[in-house]
Ligand binder design. Structure first.
Ligand code: ADP
Ligand code: ASP
Ligand code: MG
Length: 448
């Protein structure tokens, strides 16, 4: 067995069904350094679980449940020895049915996270069996024993020190002689209540586990052959990036490149763990290496797109030359736990975009914050915007960057351009309907 340790994460499409899981098994079995595997829920399952938590009628919840059962049993039936895990799968499904029946009209945050945890719990049991049927010694491991978070349901904050200590005791010894299959996305607070890390959080789980176990490499296996110059769904001209720095990839993830959960690179950077992104469908097609040092640092690396942005403009003519205007605005937002993404200011106004990631405080807290702001300012709220971010190197000081941008987007009404604060990005808002075309045109200008 290899001395180096790789944590491999397989996303939803990679474990969507039995053939997909078999391809993942090929990848795991081809590299003896892969010893810890974190899986997502099979494709579509988490959406169905979210659907259950949103429905108020038991019958509608059971409709969503039926979809989950179908996906799960389809894998179970393809196993050589389904009986080996059938009871465990049935127990999980029965627990889920029970939560549906006894849930009342509205689920609490704790209940929502518990329900959403079933996808990963089911897929990990199934995938461990797929590996065993291929001759490997493999067990499913409940990640909630080690992945400690705070009690913020929907967006649990990982407790890094506790995770490392728990992993040392409960997980590390197991890795010595077997493959461990565990769940991405989910964790537990100090009282043992199930939490989740937010949608797409399995990438983050893999990096956190890699950090706790001091892994050499974290692999993110997905449905694209690496990180591209932009989302390949937006333009056929997008190209795979063979090598990218932590900083650039972290900016891409933050600004909406869905291929990585925004927080994935934080643990990797803390421990300097290289991250590989590749396709479980075409493992031989290569992929992207994310590392601290890279050979090439082009001015333009990629374009990311984040939809559904809200722009708030706060204006107060009385504040002309008055000190403390910005402080007052930010104080209100901070008291309402609203985190601000981008900011531009003039003497009497400030325009900002807000973090609306699911699980963030945005939806509950925005209204009371607006009421307070309106007590001394004129406030306008614009929705239906998308944020386009150009990611690269030394963008703040490179010649011609704004020229390239403006000439590519002559006919576009750009809102709130942020340039200069970061070496690695330049971003702006456009109307949602125009966003896909903007990315396409800009990509052509910057990368062709
Ligand atoms: P998984 O289920 O494996 O976690 P995701 O759907 O979360 O997969 O992420 C993969 C998707 O991310 C791709 O199918 C692609 O459409 C999208 N994506 C967005 N931006 C990029 C990018 N720059 N490079 C590659 N993929 C991207
Ligand atoms: N299953 C979770 C989701 O769909 C987490 C993940 O896939 O990363 O959001
Ligand atoms: Mg994902």
């Amino acid at each position: 067995m290899s001395n180096s340790l790789i944590v491999a994460k397989f996303g939803g499409t990679s474990v969507a069904d039995f053939p997909a899981m078999s391809r993942c098994a090929d990848i795991v079995l081809a590299d003896s350094a892969i010893r810890l595997i974190a899986v997502s829920a099979s494709s579509g399952v988490t959406n169905l679980l979210v659907d259950i938590t949103r429905q108020t009628e038991v019958a509608a919840r059971f409709e969503a449940y039926a979809g989950i059962e179908k996906i799960t049993l389809a894998v179970l039936e393809k196993l050589q020895q389904p009986h080996a895990v059938a009871a465990e799968i049935e127990t999980l499904l029965a627990d889920l049915r029970n939560l549906i029946e006894t849930g009342g009209a509205v689920y609490s945050g704790a209940h929502k996270d518990l329900i959403q945890s079933f996808g990963e719990r089911l897929s990990s049991v199934l995938f461990a069996q797929v590996l065993r049927e291929r001759g490997a010694k493999a067990s499913a491991f409940d990640v909630r024993r080690v992945l400690r978070t705070d009690s913020r349901f929907g967006k649990g904050e990982p407790q890094v020190k506790e995770i490392a200590a728990l992993a040392d005791v409960h997980l590390k010894p197991l890795l010595a002689d077997q493959l461990i299959v565990t769940q991405g996305f989910i964790g537990a607070d100090v009282t043992g209540q199930t939490t989740t890390l937010g949608r797409g959080g399995s990438d983050y789980s893999a990096a956190l586990l890699g950090e706790a176990l001091q892994a050499d490499i974290v692999q993110i296996w997905t449905d694209v052959v690496g990180i591209f110059t932009t989302d390949p769904r937006l333009t056929s001209e997008a190209r795979c990036i063979p090598e990218i720095s932590f900083d650039e990839a972290a900016e891409m993830a933050t600004f909406g490149a869905k291929v990585l959960h925004p927080a994935t690179l934080i643990p990797a950077m803390r421990r300097n763990i290289r991250v590989f992104v590749g396709s479980s469908r075409e493992p031989e097609a290569g992929g992207t290496w994310i590392a601290k040092q890279v050979e090439h640092k082009p001015a333009y690396r990629a374009i990311a797109l984040r939809k559904s942005q809200t722009l708030i403009t706060v204006k107060s003519p009385e504040m002309l030359h008055a000190a403390g205007f910005l402080a007052r605005v930010f104080d209100i937002l901070s008291r309402h736990q609203i985190s601000v993404d981008l900011v531009t200011t003039s003497e009497i106004s400030v325009a900002l975009t807000l973090d609306e990631t699911p699980g963030s405080a945005f939806n509950q807290n925005i209204e009371p914050a607006l009421v307070e702001l309106r007590s001394f300012c004129e406030v306008t709220v614009e929705q239906g915007l998308s944020l386009v971010a150009v990611i690269g190197n030394q963008l703040h000081s490179s010649k011609g960057v704004t020229g390239d941008l403006f000439s590519a987007l002559e006919k576009i009404n750009m809102r709130l351009i942020c340039h200069g604060a970061s070496r690695h990005n330049l971003c702006f808002l456009v109307q949602e309907e125009q966003a896909a075309k903007v990315v396409k045109d800009l990509h052509q200008r910057l990368f062709n």
